[in-house]
Design a protein around this ligand. Structure first.
Ligand code: 2KA
Ligand code: SF4
Length: 229
């Protein structure tokens, strides 16, 4: 079969601005893939995600119709898809700048993306779950090392319990071979604009103390919980 006709499951495709991380504010097309290997208690994506079949060619046509250079492949956990490499290759043909948003627990070698945005999940992501996977399943230092060694990257942590979470982030970083502290970002766990405003002062204080970069959630600030763009 021709690669273009291969089928991939997609949740949705939309255009907005990158709301999180070092490319904040950059006009981007988001391609969301369903399914995840983790089960974060606060995950707003897992439950209501659609799962629609598309040919790779069709996804690429939709993405190209937005005439936007940056493409963000997110999820769910997009690296779970065995078609991810081919999806990226087809976007590359139209000169897109490709970011992968991943929880950094899945190793996919030789993917041709431009930027890997890793969000390793802290212990609070599992609090209250019936089955707890634990640190060994959530944090895979050798996988994080692999991506750090081969791609431009950011490590984007979601924090909720302030001091405790910042100490846990330091612990995760201590497991890595090497990393650039300027590439470490911390973002508040918020699900509304009000929530974001409430916690940001305290979190910025902690970011300054730990020398991490504070990451906003611009989409929440702009659209609150509404539909983006
Ligand atoms: N605007 C906007 N920026 C984002 N950055 C990462 C997102 C994600 O859902 O992974 C996301 C998202 O859903 N919307
Ligand atoms: S890793 Fe991301 S997509 Fe997966 S359950 Fe956690 S928040 Fe949801």
């Amino acid at each position: 079969m021709n690669d273009d006709e291969e089928i991939i499951y997609i949740s949705n495709v939309f255009r907005s601005i990158q709301g999180e991380g070092i490319y904040e504010g950059v006009p981007s097309v988001f391609v969301r893939l369903p399914g995840c290997n983790l089960n974060c208690t606060w995950c707003d994506e897992q439950q209501n995600m659609q799962r629609k079949k598309y040919s790779l060619k069709r996804v690429s046509e939709i993405v190209n119709s937005f005439a936007t250079r940056h493409v963000v492949i997110t999820g769910g956990e997009p690296l779970l898809s065995r078609k991810i490499k081919n999806l990226i290759e087809i976007f590359k043909k139209s000169n897109h700048f490709i970011t992968i948003e991943t929880n950094a627990t899945i190793l996919r070698e030789n993917i041709n993306c431009n930027f890997v945005s890793m969000s390793p999940k802290l212990a609070h992501s599992e609090m209250g779950n019936d089955t707890v996977l634990g640190e060994k399943q959530r944090i895979k230092p050798t996988i994080i090392d692999y991506y750090i060694g081969r791609y431009p990257y950011q490590l984007k942590f979601v924090a909720r319990n302030m001091e405790q979470d910042f100490n846990e982030i330091e612990h995760v970083l201590s497991l890595l071979k090497t990393y650039n502290r300027e590439r470490v970002l911390v973002m508040p766990l918020s699900n509304s604009r009000m929530d974001l405003f409430k916690v940001q002062q305290e979190m910025i204080g902690l970011c300054i103390r730990h020398q991490f970069r504070y990451a906003n959630r611009l989409q929440l600030q702009v659209w609150d919980n509404g539909i983006e763009a």
